[in-house]
Design a protein around this ligand. Structure first.
Ligand SMILES: [Zn+2]
Length: 63
């Protein structure tokens, strides 16, 4: 699998695990690789997740 060589904005974001930012409570949380839906651990809202890259999660909208 090819690895992108993009500049990490911080050490935290340079980690392997994908994160998304909840659009309801604006907190960042980790999502398990490959999941289609995820619950925000902070506010409990359910979101649909898409994967533009295998290791990049994108919060698509309400599930
Ligand atoms: Zn939330």
């Amino acid at each position: 699998m090819a690895r992108d060589h993009r500049e990490p904005t911080s050490k935290e974001e340079a980690r392997e695990k994908p994160y998304v930012r909840c659009k309801a409570c604006i907190k960042r949380f980790e999502v398990p690789l490959g999941v289609k839906e995820v619950d925000c651990p902070y506010c409990g809202k359910k979101w649909r997740i898409s994967w533009p890259k295998p290791d990049v999660a994108y919060l698509q909208g309400e599930a």
